[in-house]
Design a protein around this ligand. Structure first.
Ligand code: RNT
Ligand code: ZN
Length: 416
């Protein structure tokens, strides 16, 4: 008997159908973020990364052109099992030689190559306006700036992005999740907190007033507790974005698990939001001591978040995207480990006796609940994962690292 057949029997004895779990996972899209490939650089500006986020490290071989980035994404995706979606930022617009459009003037034609790329691969696209790394970020503010010209520029950018999101959805036939995150805030104690937040609110409303089909474009608002250089105040705090989404039908809250106090857990917040929102969105990351955006690993909180998505029956209500950027390691490996870790977490959650565990809880049998939850950790999950990878035609285990090394030798090391 193969390792998988043996494992399948063990799971079946616990009431779990691993074939069904694998089949289900194959239908669930997860968005892979383009920005791990070039340290959030983008193609539209030479400005250094700013806006409260930061990459550290200088591993050689990063993509500097659209062709390189597409080639690298292809490589990473070929090593990851599962259904993919591509997550783009507006700063990844592709201009013809001599052409340029500033962010407030972006059009769908500047993303035609990405739409074609995604269509050829039968993927959907998610999109993000880019409210950072740009000279129009004034005193750390964009949509909440007291300067009317600054605000106008960024509102126009947001509206342009709604049109581009609609274009992506129409081209690919798959809804486009458009996430609004701006790092607007203050380094030191502000004298006025309400003013910036009211301006931010009104700016969001103007952006959302751009005509779009709510079945095709899913606008989200992402909160954050603080950023580097804006430690004292963030306009888009958790209360702000949640209240905004709750009071603006069609707008989804987006939780990034790096954006809360270290003892707050997004795994606990998912069910709270599911009580009120028909749909929500996640940025899956790994914060080490702060919102450091380390590569996602198959660790406790990752697993717990996936469990909450799966056992609440919310795989179709939660848009899942990865969000990390580590410039200190091979970027293809970073993508592969991060994407695969979330795949593992979802598969693991699908292979747990969720209904039985819930029953134990409801019957107040907490001793058995603890014992059974611990026992479930010992099921032969590796064999199920390997079968999933095999069916998806990707190398399981560290086999894929050999391919990355070869790619590094043949392609990445030849980049200037
Ligand atoms: C920043 C937010 C945001 C960005 C991306 C690049 O703290 O997490 O989602 O990481 O938009
Ligand atoms: Zn994020």
């Amino acid at each position: 008997m193969s390792g998988y057949e043996e494992a399948k029997k063990r799971y079946a004895a616990a009431g779990i159908d691993t074939d069904a779990a694998i089949a289900r996972l194959k239908t669930v899209p997860v968005s892979l973020h383009c920005w791990q490939g070039d340290d959030v650089g983008g193609f539209d500006s030479k400005d250094a990364l700013s806006g409260g986020i930061l990459t550290t490290g200088n591993y050689p071989g990063k993509a500097t052109t659209p062709q390189q980035l597409m080639q690298d994404i292809d490589k990473a995706m070929s090593l990851c099992p599962g259904k993919k979606k591509l997550n783009l930022h507006a700063s990844y617009a592709i201009f013809e030689p001599g052409e340029f459009a500033d962010r407030d003037k972006l059009e769908s034609k500047h993303f035609k190559k990405w739409a074609e790329y995604a269509k050829e691969r039968k993927m959907g696209i998610d999109f993000n306006p880019t409210f950072f790394s740009h000279p129009m970020v004034k005193d750390g503010l964009t949509l909440s700036s007291p300067d009317e010209k600054v605000r106008r520029f960024w509102i126009d950018h947001g509206r342009a992005c709604i049109r581009i999101s609609q274009y992506f959805a129409e081209e690919t036939g798959i809804p486009c999740v458009m996430n609004i995150w701006a790092g607007d805030g203050f380094k030191d104690v502000p004298a006025d907190r309400l003013g910036p937040r009211m301006r931010y609110k009104e700016a969001f409303e103007e952006i959302l007033s751009e005509p779009h089909d709510p079945a095709l474009v899913k606008p989200c608002v992402e909160s954050k507790v603080f950023g580097i250089g804006v430690e004292s105040f963030t306009a888009g705090s958790s209360e702000f974005t949640l209240s905004f989404a709750a009071s603006h039908p069609g707008c989804l809250p987006l939780m990034d698990n790096g954006h809360y106090h270290p003892q707050e857990f997004v795994s606990d917040k998912i069910s709270a939001l599911l009580c009120f929102f028909p749909e929500l969105a996640l940025h899956i990351t790994r914060g080490v001591r702060w919102d450091s955006d380390h590569v996602v690993l198959f660790e406790d909180e990752t697993r717990e978040m996936a469990k909450e998505v799966v056992r609440n029956g919310a795989l179709d209500r939660i848009y899942m995207a990865l969000d990390f950027f580590d410039a200190s390691i091979n970027r293809i490996s970073a993508w592969t480990v991060g994407f695969s870790s979330w795949q593992k977490a979802l598969l693991n959650a699908l292979c747990l006796p969720n209904a039985q565990l819930k029953k134990l809880q409801d019957e107040g049998r907490f001793t058995e609940l603890m014992v059974m939850q611990e026992e479930a950790k010992m099921l032969p999950f590796a064999a199920v994962w390997e079968r999933y990878c095999e069916e998806e035609g990707v190398p399981a285990g560290a086999e894929w690292l050999k391919e990355v090394k070869k790619y590094e030798n043949d392609v990445l090391s030849k980049r200037g």
